[in-house]
Design a protein around this ligand. Structure first.
Ligand code: IPT
Length: 957
């Protein structure tokens, strides 16, 4: 077996479309015999495929062997886990031998020929059937078919597949994910009837001006073929152009498909046809004549237990979850997914960038020296990968762009892939991010460009081709712009989505983006104590790894939404509602690209102090795609501008009918006008309500509640984004590093003055980081307003010169009992940061103890609720109510102390200390998305400054 070549695999049939055929087939999946050798040289040679396998272990196909007890997984991002020595893998390279014995089903055997199909083997394989070498595979996530006709025989057949974990192909498959070897997609034996159909390519075009559909058909068959689309009355020879008459077009919003069959005398294949036309016109991306906006995510195939093995229910569920969150576009990062996924994309409605299985990112480490993309020796391998990608998925309406791959820099092999693709399929656009000159792409694509650069790109397009610019630049300026990756959903964050989206909507040339990434790719194992744990890079003892950089999704590995998904959904919601309670009206903006609002109604609700006082529903206004209308609400919706109590008018646009992804009543947009007047300060009482530690000035208790604090806090447990590099700044240090070096995590406090008389106490403290001469002078005045209640007035004045921004400015206190919940009025129920609040609405929320903070796989600061005006922190020992007398505050309630959160590397290693940790923050530094991308925008940072705030604190049993 060869595993160090630069050419593609050998012996397979030319790639073709995936179709549903009426010819019989036989799935060979199941329990196979398996053995693994430590290297190719150590693996038995010669007729290894004839070995006695009775002593071999068994393995499930499809599956990855290192998730089935043979070796362990390894995660690396850009770096290869071995030397850059192309095309050679290292000697230490597990070789898996697979053997299965089977009898051919009579109905499969009864046909003229048989094809053996592999849908995915990582990374290189040699296939032997009954001793005959059928060929080899390259392209782990690509289909390979072999003609098995002459090798098959009656009775028992033996199929043997030797798989190398690493090979030359690994250099072309350096995607940011786990290395997971094995036969991980199905193996199928297909009957090939005489006069059968080898391949079908149907391009279904839609003319928006006339409403007519037409088909351009290529069939590869030994006999005459006809195409039938009963619903359209189409019944014609399957070649050339066939008119389809008036059709409903396909779009991600209305994924209308028509069942088509192509038949010869020997075979009928079924495909589902969606009529649509993709074009670039005047820097805009149009489908069916209308501009579209890509509200996208990057989707890897990942299952916490099974890796990249396809699970139909799991995948359908995750796509439905995307639909419920208004996601309308998917980039199949960074390889074609399981073929059935494309059927789901078509059926549910997603704009898809189908990406070739290609990434040579590791060569960036050596300045792209030796990059296969620019080495003609690899040309055929590149072209083979692209052809396999395009052919397999070419009949899918959802695919609007072919992507050459990811992060493979530039080179002639990429140019040729693009040229072949354009020639073969001019109905779609070619995407590739790695060449910013856009010489051979149809869209200008970038990743993680800053807001400012995106704005400039938006304007560059508006200005039109510049006459003095180089031709290439002029061409680029004529293309639509998208971010194939933006906002990195790692840990707490991403912040700044809204600001990107405002730009996307402001400039016609900007057609949206794809969040990196959909799901966190953690792998589940059983811990010593039997509990399920999610692991990341390094946890399996890898020498080379990239830690938790693989945990960077909008949903957890189990597809539980992270707060970032809720906020993203709100930003991209197809309907935006601007509510004016005083006028009882709502401005409805329809942000669909094709749909009007006839499928929706508006549901409104007016809530006063937590009680619903009026509600109703009215039809959505007549409002074509990308237009707006004003709607008057009934008079009961009106709230006085000077309401004395909290008066909140919320309007949602909801679906009228059940959709495959959500029952009727699903919100596709929401808006509210929340009037939250400040609570009035109650009268002072003479008896003390609070107890103090007179040596520190901190509280010891309020009423019957044991409390310690508040301390002034300016640090947070570093988030993944705090640990990211800030681009374009003179200071190369990450913000977490800056805070730590400035000592913000270990400030020291000194009591300056303590005075108490009757019900009031005045405390002055100075809190400062060690070493430096800056400090925070705090004046805290407590005034008893009841037997267990105080008014707390806070004055904060920083002095001296502060080296860096604060992470937050808060009053940190600890209650001597574990939290049992949180009830609050403020923005929620989802937690938020100042630069990620869109998915939070004002309301009266009840938070269960498990939801106080986010169970991030690597613990970090999380769980803040923004815009809080009134909160009751519930603990086993009683409750503490906190009310804002001035501005609303941000509230974080946690079971663990910040130092502990910062220490723990994994959520299963985080210890709760039986206390309730409460932070009442007057201000916070934004989340940003610096784990890959820009940090918090300047407006969301927190420069040291003076702050004033007033609260009511009240303890109850
Ligand atoms: C970018 C990669 O394309 C993607 O696969 C992923 O690794 C992402 O980063 C970060 O999670 S490449 C980066 C160097 C911009």
């Amino acid at each position: 077996m060869q595993i160090a070549q630069t050419s593609p695999g050998t012996g397979s049939s030319p790639p073709r479309a995936r179709m549903r055929s009426d010819a019989p087939s036989q799935l060979l999946d199941g329990s196979w015999r398996f053995r693994v050798s430590p290297s190719l040289r150590a693996a038995p040679g010669g007729e290894w495929d004839r070995a006695d396998v009775s002593a071999w272990s068994t393995i499930e196909v499809p599956g990855h062997w290192n998730l089935q007890g043979h070796g362990s997984p390894a995660y690396s991002n850009v770096q290869m886990p071995f030397p850059l020595d192309p095309p050679f893998p290292p000697d230490a390279n597990p070789i898996g031998d697979y053997v299965v014995e089977f009898e051919v089903d009579p109905d499969v055997a009864g046909h003229a020929a048989q094809t053996l199909r592999f849908d995915g083997i990582e990374s290189a394989a040699e296939v032997r059937l009954n001793g005959a070498v059928l060929g080899t595979t390259r392209g782990s996530r690509l289909t390979h078919e072999f003609d098995a006709t002459t090798a098959l025989r009656p009775g028992t057949n033996r199929l043997a597949v030797r798989v190398a974990q690493f090979s030359d192909a690994s250099y072309l498959e350096d995607q940011d994910m786990w290395w997971l070897p094995g036969i991980f997609r199905s193996v199928t034996l297909l009957a090939r009837p005489a006069s059968g159909i080898r391949d079908v390519f149907v391009r279904a075009d839609f003319d928006a001006a006339t409403g007519a559909g037409s088909l351009e058909i290529d069939v590869d068959a030994d006999a005459e073929a006809r195409i039938r689309i009963p619903e359209l009355g189409v019944d014609a020879p399957a070649r050339g152009t066939v008119a389809a008459g008036a059709v409903a077009p396909w779009s991600a919003e209305s994924p209308r498909l028509y069942d088509a069959e192509v038949s010869t005398a020997g075979e009928t294949v079924r495909i589902r046809v969606g009529f649509r036309r993709v074009e670039v016109r005047d820097t805009e991306l149009l489908v069916n004549g209308a501009p579209i906006m890509l509200r996208g995510v990057n989707r890897h195939e990942h299952h916490p237990e099974r890796g990249r093995v396809y699970d139909a229910d799991f995948v359908r569920d995750e796509l439905l979850l995307m639909k419920r969150h208004h996601i309308n576009a998917i980039r199949t990062s960074h390889y074609p997914p399981h073929p059935d996924t494309l059927d789901l994309f078509d059926e549910l409605g997603f704009w898809v960038i189908d990406e070739c299985d290609l990434e040579t990112h590791a060569f960036e480490y050596v300045g792209w020296r030796g990059n296969p993309s620019a080495d003609p020796a690899w040309r055929d391998a590149y072209l083979d990968r692209m052809a396999r990608t395009v052919h397999r998925d070419k009949n899918h309406a959802s695919v609007i762009m072919w992507s050459l791959g990811n992060e493979s820099h530039t080179g002639t092999n990429l140019d040729q892939m693009a040229l072949w693709t354009k020639q073969f399929d001019p109905t779609r656009l070619v995407h590739y991010e790695g060449d910013w000159s856009c010489r051979y792409t149809d869209v200008y694509s970038r990743m993680y460009a800053s807001h400012e650069e995106v704005r400039q790109i938006g304007e560059e397009g508006l200005a039109g081709p510049a006459t003095d610019a180089a031709a290439a630049e002029a061409r680029r300026a004529s293309l639509p712009f998208l971010q194939c990756e933006f906002v990195h959903a790692m840990g707490t964050g991403p912040g700044g989505i809204r600001e990107y989206w405002d730009l996307f909507e402001a400039y016609p040339r900007l057609v949206g983006g794809f969040v990196w990434e959909w799901a966190e790719q953690g792998l589940a194992v059983r811990g010593e104590d039997g509990t399920r744990r999610i692991l990341y890079g390094g946890d399996f003892g890898e020498d080379v790894h990239d830690g938790n950089f693989v945990i960077d999704g909008l949903v957890s590995p189990d597809r539980e939404p992270r707060p970032g998904l809720t906020h993203y959904a709100a930003v991209i919601a197809p309907v935006r509602l601007a509510v004016d309670a005083a006028r009882a009206s709502v401005d409805v903006a329809n942000r669909f690209d094709h749909a009007d609002l006839s499928g929706f109604e508006l549901v409104w609700r007016r809530v006063v102090d937590g009680e619903t006082v009026a509600e109703g529903r009215i039809p959505a206004p007549a409002c074509p795609a990308r237009s707006a209308a004003e709607v008057a609400l009934p008079d009961e919706a009106r709230a006085p501008r000077d309401a004395a109590t909290a008066d909140v008018l919320t309007v949602e646009a909801v679906t009228l009918a059940d959709a495959p992804w959500a029952p009727a009543g699903h919100a596709i947009g929401a808006g509210q006008d929340a009037r939250t007047p400040r609570a009035a300060a109650p009268a002072a009482t003479a008896d003390p309500a609070a107890r103090f530690d007179e040596t520190t000035g901190a509280l010891r208790g309020l009423g019957a509640l044991e409390i310690t604090g508040p301390a002034i806090g300016i640090w947070r447990a570093p988030t993944d984004n705090d640990n990211g590099r800030l681009h374009g700044e003179a200071d190369p240090r990450r913000v977490a590093e800056r805070w730590e070096q400035a000592g913000y995590d270990r400030t020291v406090s000194r009591l300056v003055a303590f005075e108490a008389d009757g019900g009031s106490a005045r405390i002055r403290t100075r809190t400062a980081p060690p070493i430096l001469d800056c400090g925070i002078d705090a004046r805290l005045t407590y005034t008893a307003v009841g037997p267990a209640a105080v008014q707390l007035d806070v004055e904060i004045d920083p002095t001296g010169s502060w080296p860096v921004d604060w992470a937050r400015l808060g009053l940190d206190l600890t209650i001597d009992a574990a939290p049992t919940g949180l009830a609050y009025a403020g923005l929620g129920p989802v937690s938020a940061a100042p630069d990620m609040v869109d998915g939070a609405a004002f309301g009266w929320w009840q938070i269960a103890p498990d939801d106080l903070t986010v169970d991030h796989i690597r613990p970090q600061e999380s769980g803040a609720r923004q815009g809080v005006v009134d909160a009751t922190v519930e603990t086993a020992a009683g409750a503490l109510r906190i009310r804002a007398l001035g501005d609303p505050f941000a509230l974080t309630v946690s079971r663990a102390a910040r130092a502990e959160i910062a220490r723990a590397e994994h959520n299963w290693d985080l210890t709760a200390d039986g206390k309730t940790h409460v932070s009442i923050d007057l201000a916070q530094y934004g989340a940003g998305t610096a784990s890959c991308g820009p940090g918090a925008l300047p407006r969301h940072r927190l420069a040291p400054g003076a702050f004033r705030a007033s609260f009511l604190l009240e303890a109850s049993a």
